[in-house]
Design a protein around this ligand. Structure first.
Ligand code: FES
Ligand code: ZN
Length: 304
């Protein structure tokens, strides 16, 4: 196999593109894909201040690195989730990356600043805190972005993440989630930052290859709380299909965004107001974050 750019022996194969690259040409290809996605969806410009959601994993650090090389103004934000050794090591990787590149990394410490950790947020039915963790992350990334004047929050969600989410939402016919799924979530309130996913057309292994070639030191293991999560089973199923049908995940996701989503999108403006407890934007009287923290910490049964 040869690099499609310079014809040197290839190091990375991208089967869905029927392409392969040498280690010298691959990073440019990766960054070009990121730039195209940003441009195609008008995600942000070089005048915007972008807050990158950092987990210490390959996707968020590869995204931060690529945005930096592409000349965007970025700072990072890391949430100390309190997931034992995993959190200690992912924090160290995130801080080391920021220090190495002279970048600012904002941090929120759930235990010290808010009196709880993610393992305490386990759902009594599923025994997993992943859904709660998603709510916590969305809440704090948005709050820090708005409080510190960032116009947009960029996350490292990749093709595998987005295809698995779509698959789960289709299996359960979550039409309201399907109508909202996409690479850009516009701000509909002055206290809501725009959310964008510049890696959504790149696969997990594309960011891993970028991180390795660019010598980005990331936390390799997955979050221990996610073991047995449905999203991982969906990824395995899609990977098995992709093995014999390269490009299937991409077609599934991009086909949905082009053709399926508009049928499910509701144009009704949702009434946004301020949470009675914390003042953050919400559609209910008390926001999902405040309700969840109160309910889980009191260990009350989860309402269905
Ligand atoms: Fe949130 Fe694992 S990173 S539960
Ligand atoms: Zn609230």
């Amino acid at each position: 196999m040869r690099c499609i750019k310079c014809k040197a022996p290839a190091n990375v194969e991208v089967r869905r593109h029927r392409s392969a690259f040498c280690a010298g040409c691959y990073p440019d290809w990766f960054r070009t894909q990121v730039q195209r996605t940003i441009d195609d969806h008008r995600m942000f410009s070089r005048d915007d201040r972008v807050l990158v959601a950092i987990s210490g994993g390959k996707d968020s650090l590869a995204l931060w690195h690529a945005l930096l090389r592409l000349g965007y103004q970025t700072d990072g934000m890391y949430i100390r989730l309190g997931i034992g050794d995993y959190s200690v090591r992912s924090q160290a990787k995130s801080e080391a990356f920021a220090a190495r590149h002279g970048l600012q990394l904002h941090q929120v410490d759930l235990a010290a600043d808010h009196g709880f950790t993610i393992p305490q947020m386990r759902n009594q039915r599923e025994g997993k805190p992943c859904a709660a963790c998603g709510t916590v992350k969305r809440y704090h990334f948005n709050k820090v972005a708005v409080d510190l004047g960032y116009s947009v929050v960029a996350t490292g969600h990749n093709l595998d993440d987005e295809a698995a989410t779509l698959f789960g939402n289709v299996l359960h016919w979550q039409t309201d989630f399907l109508g909202r799924q996409g690479p850009v979530l516009e701000s509909t309130h002055s206290n809501l930052a725009r959310k964008v996913k510049p890696l959504y057309r790149l696969a997990e292994r594309d960011s891993a290859a970028y991180a390795i070639i660019e010598r980005i030191d990331y936390i390799v293991e997955e979050c221990p709380m996610a073991i047995g999560a449905k999203s991982l089973a969906y990824k395995d199923t899609l990977n098995a299909l992709e093995e014999t049908q390269p490009g299937l995940k991409y077609q599934f996701l991009v086909g949905f965004l082009r053709q399926g989503r508009k049928a499910l999108k509701t144009e009704d403006p949702v009434q946004i107001r301020q949470c009675a407890k914390c003042g953050q934007p919400t559609t209910a009287e008390v926001c999902a974050y405040c309700r969840m923290v109160e309910r889980r910490l009191k260990k009350l049964p989860v309402r269905r």
